[in-house]
Design a protein around this ligand. Structure first.
Ligand SMILES: Cc1cc2nc3c(=O)[nH]c(=O)nc-3n(C[C@H](O)[C@H](O)[C@H](O)COP(=O)(O)O)c2cc1C
Length: 363
């Protein structure tokens, strides 16, 4: 009998056993030689936490606030496409899991459920909508309008994917969206989504997008706009000038430009560049509560997790996603207790150091 999963890695193994080669390669894979995919995870092992002792930790809370929304922990569910392919519970199951965990679910533009369906699955729960700007702006406008109408409280504009990265696992398996899996945004743009490849989906995206379009999105939007996929202090600074509410330091989980730096290594320059003018979030490679603490110590307000929640969903549907989020919350809480940080805001730069000398054993 398979032992009960107790951490994210256990869920990853179960998901890998259950998924077919095509979907597994699509979910797990990265671009090119997958250097960045590996680096995102490995970079956390090059950081060490520095606990303080004799701090009163009798009343520890993982609760925090992101863009004015209170959440139970500094961990948010990242937008991940095609969730019904992982499990029939799909994005609606993920939304219920996030709601039960007390955190925000970010719905992808290229989801397999509509913004309205996902909102109805978890009424009252906090949710964000991730925006890809399609060449057919009418499709994007309709998706955003529906999300706003259904109470999504922020838009996350993804800016690292004008084309799909070179995802060679998908080439090898010949991956295409399976029968009976519908991505409403793609269907609205081209009439169907079955049989379309990831490359085909990204061909719908408007590659002319620039800071001017961001200004338009911000001025049209009644809710705050985040930029997802910022990777330099230079762009973080420009984002502030354009009135963005927050940035997600992200390389799309290693799926876009290979050989970019691990996001945790980019976080400090982005935090420094924005100088407190907007909230900085980070994603990529977070697999443990202790990784979350490293990110907080380096200045992130919260993190997003993509594959961890997805592995939960793939392994056990909504219940698996809920369990993964519970595991991460309890790991963050224990970490805070042992670090001497009663709340996420009290985790600071002095709580982390970058290891020097021989590379960490698990790099
Ligand atoms: C299978 C998969 C699909 C994704 N789909 C989207 C998407 O539709 N929109 C988006 O902005 N990011 C997408 N991402 C990127 C995630 O939002 C996030 O940046 C990334 O997964 C973080 O890395 P992690 O998986 O190591 O946590 C996707 C990631 C994966 C793994």
């Amino acid at each position: 009998m398979t032992p009960e999963p107790v951490n994210v890695a256990d869920y990853e193994r179960i998901a890998a056993d259950q998924l077919e080669d095509g979907p597994l390669g699509y979910y797990a894979g990265g671009a090119g030689d997958e250097r960045t995919l590996r680096e995102n995870v490995a970079a956390y092992a090059r950081h060490a936490l520095r606990p303080r002792v004799l701090v009163d930790v009798s009343d520890v809370s993982t609760a925090t606030t992101v863009l004015g929304t209170e959440i139970s922990m500094p961990v948010i569910v990242a937008p991940v496409a095609l969730q019904k392919m992982a499990h029939p519970d799909g994005e609606c199951g993920m939304a219920r899991a996030a709601a039960d965990a007390g955190t925000i679910m970010t719905l992808s533009t290229i989801a397999t459920a509509t913004p309205r369906e996902v909102a109805a699955a978890a009424p009252g729960a906090p949710r964000w909508f991730q925006v890809y700007v399609f060449k057919d702006r009418g499709v994007t406008r309709a998706m955003v309008d529906e999300a706003i109408d259904c109470g999504y409280t922020a838009l996350a504009l993804t800016v690292d994917a004008p084309r799909a990265g070179r995802r060679e696992r998908d080439f090898r398996t010949g991956f295409a969206v399976p029968e009976n899996i519908d991505m409403p945004a793609v269907t609205a743009a081209v009439g169907h989504s079955e049989g379309i490849t990831p490359q085909g989906v990204f061909e719908l995206i408007d590659t002319s997008l620039s800071w001017k379009d961001l200004d338009q999105l911000i001025s049209d939007s009644p809710v705050p706009v985040l930029l997802k996929g910022v990777q330099t202090g230079e762009d973080a600074r420009i984002a502030c000038e354009h009135g963005v509410a927050g940035i997600v330091v992200s390389n799309h989980g290693g799926r876009q430009l290979d050989t970019v730096q691990a996001t945790i290594d980019l976080l400090p320059e982005c935090v420094e560049a924005v100088h407190g003018r907007l909230e900085v979030l980070v994603d990529g490679g977070i697999r443990r509560g202790t990784d979350v603490l490293v990110a907080l110590a380096l200045g992130a307000k919260a993190v997003l997790v993509g594959r961890p929640a997805l592995w939960g969903l793939a392994a056990r549907g909504e219940a698996g996603a809920r369990h993964v989020l519970e595991i991460l919350r309890s790991e963050v809480e224990l970490g805070q207790v042992l670090l001497g940080a009663p709340d996420p805001g009290s985790v600071n730069r002095a709580h982390v150091t970058v290891k020097t000398g021989p590379r960490a054993a698990d790099d």
